[in-house]
Design a binder for this molecule. Structure first.
Ligand code: FES
Length: 109
């Protein structure tokens, strides 16, 4: 099991447990976090952009070139940005991610 900690737009931290085989985007959406994920993981949008806390960023496998290309289009991207649709949580004890201030959910809120 992986503990996912979301740092929300207002700075509050919210902890959610993820199960085996879970992907960060699905965990975020199931928890009601505002990550749109328009292309559902086809790497054709950047609406699943999250900023991973530095110590957890180092635990992730590097982004592939297509992910890097999509991150170039993400508003407010930092060196710790990743696409939540490309993060599978197996093998991680915990991961802390910040939801970007301009993120929206599937209802555009
Ligand atoms: S959901 Fe579109 S790139 Fe992640």
């Amino acid at each position: 099991m992986t503990r996912v900690i979301f740092i929300e737009r207002d700075g509050n931290r919210r902890s959610v447990d993820a199960g085996p085989g879970d992907r960060l985007l699905d965990v975020a959406q199931n928890a009601g976090e505002p990550l749109e994920g328009t292309c559902e993981g086809q790497m054709a949008c950047s609406t699943c952009h999250v900023i991973v806390e530095a110590e957890d960023f180092a635990k992730l496998p590097p982004a592939v070139e297509d992910e890097e290309d999509m991150l170039d289009l993400a508003a407010g991207a930092t060196r710790y940005s990743r696409l939540a649709c490309q993060i599978w949580l197996d093998g991680l004890d915990t991961i802390t991610v910040r939801i970007p201030p301009d993120a929206k959910n599937m209802q555009g809120r």
